[in-house]
Design a protein around this ligand. Structure first.
Ligand SMILES: C[S@@+](CC[C@H](N)C(=O)[O-])C[C@H]1O[C@@H](n2cnc3c(N)ncnc32)[C@H](O)[C@@H]1O
Length: 366
């Protein structure tokens, strides 16, 4: 990095000139040289060494590593940083090469500077977006692109999970990178079910979104023989189809596959789907418990089966929810029922996010 070399006593004077012209390399400090001279880091906008403005001062190229900065906020103008110290975003979410950040009102007017600093500090990020919450009946993200590395403001990106590439667009379909541990556990539980049954299994993921849970399941050799998957959001189903077709291409064995854009509660209206599923995923956290009644007819009878679901419930309601589910499953003929309802994270001051895992044998048709 090119530096302007100035006598120590003149540092402030030259720093002011460089900074007021936007020639200073932000976030990289002024260096003191062995001979006591100061080296001011210049960015690529600064005029070349022969320009008259420099008044014959010398220059040195000194290697400096922007990555050695501890945090992207080190790249924010120091005066501005200290003036708004409490309001700079403390966390962000990365989905593929898109970074999503919530901005407090106090710093929103500096969003371009925030975006530029983040982009500079995180070389794998292509696009920085402000998070404006969720919108619409499918609760997709409302994202405002702030700054892009390559001029594209497309929020379509790819993530990697289970060694698979998954196409994701958070403005078109719900996706949470944070649930990858749950998806891993689903795969482990599915293998355990197949193991206990001594055969391949049929899976139903009717709230599949872009299909992240299927990345592991459909690419695992000799695990799944048929998959019934879908989502009510047509934009999610577009991406789901692309993702699933890539997952199954890697499978050698024949797999029966059905992808539908429909309300999950309607799968039961096609008789062929009933009494078929060994494994059911129910991931519509605000509605999971209400929808279960319409999903149970899909489960295979007289066989061990597994349902994994995720729900948002009132804090303190865990025992009541558990009892309600015990009763619901019993009413649908579940025998040898092993149910676990476990809080996996807080959701808000009043709500919890829970995992429901239910192993049973449905003994009679309902
Ligand atoms: C919490 S997301 C889960 C998505 C996906 N399983 C994942 O883990 O990323 C819930 C999904 O259910 C879809 N959805 C909402 N209502 C639905 C319904 N009645 N039937 C089927 N899908 C529905 C939404 O579009 C969304 O993609």
């Amino acid at each position: 990095m090119r530096h302007l070399i100035v006598p120590s006593v003149d540092t402030q004077h030259w720093f002011n000139i460089v900074k007021s012209n936007n020639w200073v390399e932000l976030g990289i400090g002024i260096l003191t040289m062995d001979d006591g001279m100061k080296a001011i880091p210049l960015n690529s906008n600064a005029p070349d060494n022969t320009a008259t403005i420099w008044q014959k001062h010398s220059f040195r190229v000194i290697p400096r590593d922007a990555k050695s900065l501890n945090h992207w906020t080190d790249l924010i103008d120091r005066t501005l940083y200290h003036a708004l110290e409490d309001f700079w975003p403390k966390s962000h979410e990365v989905i593929g090469d898109v970074l999503i950040v919530k901005l407090e009102d106090q710093v929103i007017q500096h969003k371009e500077q925030i975006g530029a600093a983040m982009l500079k500090h995180m070389p794998n990020i292509r696009l920085i977006c402000a998070d404006n919450g969720v919108e619409g009946k499918f609760r997709v993200r409302s994202l405002e692109p702030i700054v892009s590395r390559d001029a594209s403001v497309s929020t379509l990106t790819k993530i990697r999970e289970h060694g698979q590439e998954i196409l994701v667009d958070p403005t078109k379909s719900y996706f949470s990178a944070r649930l990858s541990t749950e998806r891993n556990r689903t795969l482990v539980a599915a293998k355990s079910l197949a193991n206990e049954l001594g055969r391949t299994i049929t899976v139903c993921d009717p709230y599949a979104g872009v299909g992240p849970a299927l990345a592991g399941l459909l690419t695992e050799p000799d695990l799944i023989d048929a998959a019934f998957v879908g989502d009510l959001n047509p934009l999610a189903v577009d991406l789901l189809k692309q993702n699933v077709s890539r997952f199954v291409r890697k499978q050698n064995s024949e797999l029966e596959l059905e992808i539908r854009c429909q309300d999950a509660r309607k799968w039961q209206h096609d008789e062929n789907n009933n009494n078929r599923m060994d494994l059911l995923l129910v991931n519509l956290p605000h509605e999971t418990i209400n929808h279960l009644t319409d999903l149970l007819p899909l489960m295979r009878r007289n066989n061990l089966s597994l349902i994994r679901g995720w729900a948002i419930i009132d804090k303190g309601d865990l025992a009541a929810v558990s009892r309600k589910l015990e009763q619901l499953f019993a009413d649908h003929g579940a025998e040898d029922h092993r149910l676990s309802c476990e809080e996996i994270k807080g959701f808000s001051a009043t709500k919890s996010y829970i995992r429901i895992e239910s192993w049973q044998t449905f003994g009679k048709s309902v």
